[in-house]
Design a binder for this molecule. Structure first.
Ligand SMILES: [Mg+2]
Length: 131
């Protein structure tokens, strides 16, 4: 039986509106309801979204103005919320040291940009099964 992921709460964090739109489309195609998906253009806005309500999964870009992905991870590591949300790094970032640092801070998976849309469903199911 297909796993129902329609009510999974998703937050997409990326400074590119085009990338956010592409990820959102893939998340909807994966089976998540559109009204369960929120967006933020950088880490500081993402923290505000987390204050409103905790998502199940955060798709997080690394390179962003104001507050980048690593700074966002530091913030949720310090306040403990990293334990409650599954963070998936979505990035072209290839710097192994930086990716290791993000994993150390609690990022649970990584999607390399660009990715085939069907990967999103696999990642969402992985994240909720591991929770
Ligand atoms: Mg970016």
């Amino acid at each position: 039986m297909e796993q129902d992921i329609s009510n999974i709460q998703v937050l997409i964090v990326d400074d590119s509106a085009i990338v956010r739109k592409a990820i959102k489309k893939s998340v909807i195609q994966a089976g998540v309801s559109e009204d369960c998906i929120r967006e933020a253009e950088h880490g500081a806005v993402a923290l505000e979204r987390l204050d409103e309500s905790l998502p199940d999964i955060v798709f997080l870009d690394v390179n962003m103005p104001v507050m980048n992905g690593e700074e966002f991870m530091v913030a949720i590591d310090e306040d403990g919320r990293v334990e409650e949300v599954a963070v998936v790094i979505v990035s072209t970032e290839m710097n192994a040291k930086r990716l290791f640092r993000l994993a150390q801070l609690g990022a649970r998976a990584r999607l390399h940009k660009p990715f085939p849309p069907e990967r999103i469903r696999e990642v969402i199911i992985d994240m909720i099964s591991a929770a």
